[in-house]
Design a protein around this ligand. Structure first.
Ligand SMILES: C[S@@+](CC[C@H](N)C(=O)[O-])C[C@H]1O[C@@H](n2cnc3c(N)ncnc32)[C@H](O)[C@@H]1O
Length: 252
């Protein structure tokens, strides 16, 4: 899960993470930019605010969600260079060599054939264009907790409940097999030392417990006890959370 909205109700840690991604994307003047699996549209809104001389920003998603609609409208009203379009990452509805930059963040685990999606990104990139492919490794989340066994059980159950909680560590191999001319691989570690609602670790812990309760994968008493424990860690100034965002900057 990425944090869907981070601009209007500011999430400083998530904002800093996106600023890091967009610096790596390094969008040149007049560039055409595609965000594959764009979700809420906040990343494109942020990019449009920083890449003032870029040409166009296209947000593509397989399915536009009702709760994203107002944000898409706001993005298009804020900046006429932004537009949204439905489409599938495995069959991108664009000609070869159409974009200078492509962004694809936390999407590939949801795509049945991620190699095909990467080949499509390579196809629509212009020669020497760059794609920033990012994926979280949910199995490598770190929460400081007193009950180690319960903590591990919850983290791994959440990771295994999605399509591929280890996509982050597999990303480098996938990108290297996709035929790009060169790839720089790195990791962005998002770190929280505070348990508070505008921090990603807080939102993530709550989302994990809701997801695991809904799927009945972990007993409710364990989930409540785990959240209480995290809050307790915070009360004694020992709260710690980290998550790795695996990054491949791929050049065509
Ligand atoms: C976890 S969200 C990430 C959203 C956004 N990239 C971000 O980081 O905030 C995954 C997104 O990928 C989209 N998606 C899943 N499969 C897709 C596909 N085959 N083609 C295009 N988008 C897809 C989903 O609809 C969803 O919006």
């Amino acid at each position: 899960m990425a944090q869907e909205f981070f601009l209007d109700s500011p999430m400083p840690d998530v904002l800093a993470q996106w600023q890091h991604y967009l610096a790596l994307l390094d969008t040149p003047d007049d560039a055409q930019v595609l965000d594959v699996g764009c979700g809420s549209g906040d990343p494109l809104r942020l990019l449009a605010r920083t890449a003032l001389d870029a040409g166009e920003f296209v947000g593509l998603d397989k399915r536009f969600l009702d709760h994203h609609a107002a944000n898409h409208t706001k993005a298009e009203a804020e900046d006429s260079r932004i537009r949204f379009q439905e489409g599938n990452a495995q069959t991108l509805p664009f000609a070869d060599n159409s974009f200078d930059r492509v962004l694809c963040v936390d999407v590939l685990e949801w795509v049945p054939d991620p190699g095909l999606a990467l080949a499509e990104i390579d196809r629509v990139l212009r020669p020497a264009g760059a794609a920033l492919i990012v994926h979280t490794d949910f199995d490598a989340q770190v929460f400081a907790a007193t009950d180690r066994e319960r903590n591990r059980r919850i983290i791994h159950a959440f990771s295994d409940a999605g399509p591929n909680g280890q996509m982050g560590r597999e990303l480098n191999g996938l990108c290297r097999r996709a035929g790009f001319a060169s790839i720089e691989t790195s990791v962005y570690p998002l770190v929280n030392t505070e348990w508070r609602p505008d921090r990603y670790g807080y939102q993530m812990a709550r989302m994990m417990t809701e997801w695991l309760a809904q799927k009945q994968l972990i007993a409710q008493s364990d989930l409540v006890g785990w959240l209480d424990d995290l809050q307790q860690q915070s009360a004694v100034d020992s709260f710690f959370y980290s998550i790795n965002r695996n990054i491949c900057r791929c050049i065509k």
